[in-house]
Ligand binder design. Sequence first.
Ligand code: FES
Length: 114
Amino acid sequence: MNEVENPTLPYEHHVLICTNLRPDGRPSCSGSGAHELLSAAKRKLAEMGKAGTSRANASGCLGRCEHGPVMVIYPANLWFSCKTPQQVDRIIEQHLLRPDQQLRAKEPQKESTS
Ligand code: FES
C-alpha cells in the first residue's frame, strides 16, 4: 500500500504486544507470558466486534524490557506493563470503546448496585 495514494489509516486502533525473547537471559517479554497476553488481546477484540477495525499484533522489542510484557495502543500512544490476560481485557475495554459504547457498558453495573 502506498501512503500517498491511500492516506487513510487501516485500523482505528493498533494494539502491539512485545513478544521478543532476548537469548542472553536478560528479562524479555516472551519469557514473561507475552504470547498469552497477545492471544487475550486478539480474543478481546473479537469479542468486542472490533476484529475488522482494530488489530492486535506481536511486536519486536519496544525498548522497555524491564517492564515487560509491554503493550502499546496506537494511535493514542498509550503504553502499559501487563501481567495478566485480565489486565489486557480491562485496558482494551477502557481504551477502545467509543464514548457511546462506554455508557452502555456502564449501565448494567449501575443497575446491579442499586
Ligand atoms: S523484550 Fe519486550 S520490550 Fe524489550
